[in-house]
Design a protein around this ligand. Structure first.
Ligand SMILES: CC(C)(COP(=O)(O)OP(=O)(O)OC[C@H]1O[C@@H](n2cnc3c(N)ncnc32)[C@H](O)[C@@H]1OP(=O)(O)O)[C@@H](O)C(=O)NCCC(=O)NCCS
Length: 186
């Protein structure tokens, strides 16, 4: 039997942000973020209604690290430690040398380049540490801000996944984006 190595979630700093492993004490901030219907309007699942969902998310972060399949990092504002959101890489496949990027930030932090700054730090760590060749990301075709974040990071739009998601009965298409190691500009 092959046992995958664990993957310690890193702590990363950027000029304005600190990215760190989640702690149990993040549950309330996480629930506030993921229960906000406006923030989640292009997400691939409905907003949370039960606070226990935050505990499941935190358990999922621990499982990712324990199984060595990814890393989700809380993102704080460096100046005062305020929780802004999170970004993560999941589905790390050491054979394909690929992983999937995701992120979610509270509305008050939008429009300041935070998502791009955080994802850039995470990608830098991942390309250095995980010997990645490809990172994939998907975004609802209505989510212009997320598409812009991916394009600023150098991702290439590779196609459209038609009727990819059905959330509360609403059917939506997704763009699929890819970033290859040889295209990555730290
Ligand atoms: C998508 C999201 C991560 C963007 O975060 P952010 O910190 O505002 O992102 P940035 O500031 O780094 O970049 C956003 C870019 O989108 C642009 N933008 C935002 N809304 C836009 C709109 N309606 N039309 C065109 N451009 C738009 C901004 O101008 C900016 O581009 P610029 O730097 O060229 O001016 C954030 O809105 C979010 O977390 N949303 C909720 C969760 C989500 O949708 N996650 C992604 C799932 S795929």
């Amino acid at each position: 039997m092959t046992v995958s190595p664990s993957l310690p979630t890193p702590t990363l700093t950027t000029p304005r942000l600190q990215l760190r492993p989640f702690a149990d004490s993040d549950a309330d901030d996480l629930f506030a973020l993921h229960s906000d219907a406006h923030v989640l309007r292009y997400w691939d699942s409905p907003p949370w209604h039960e606070p226990e969902r935050a505990q499941r998310f935190l358990a999922g972060c621990r499982t990712l690290a324990d199984n060595g399949t990814g890393a989700r990092l809380a993102v704080d504002r460096a100046a005062d430690g305020a929780f802004l959101g999170w970004c993560g890489l999941v589905e790390w496949d050491p054979t394909f040398r690929s992983a999937s990027l995701g992120y979610c930030f509270g509305e008050r932090s939008w429009g300041h380049g935070h998502a791009t700054e955080a994802a850039r730090a995470l990608l830098g760590w991942a390309f250095d540490t995980l010997d990645l060749n490809r990172v994939q990301a998907e975004a609802d075709t209505r989510n212009v801000a997320s598409a812009r974040v991916l394009e600023k990071l150098g991702f290439v739009r590779e196609g459209t996944l038609r009727e990819d998601c059905v959330v509360d009965g609403v059917v939506s298409d997704s763009w699929v984006y890819g970033l290859l190691r040889r295209e990555w500009r730290p």
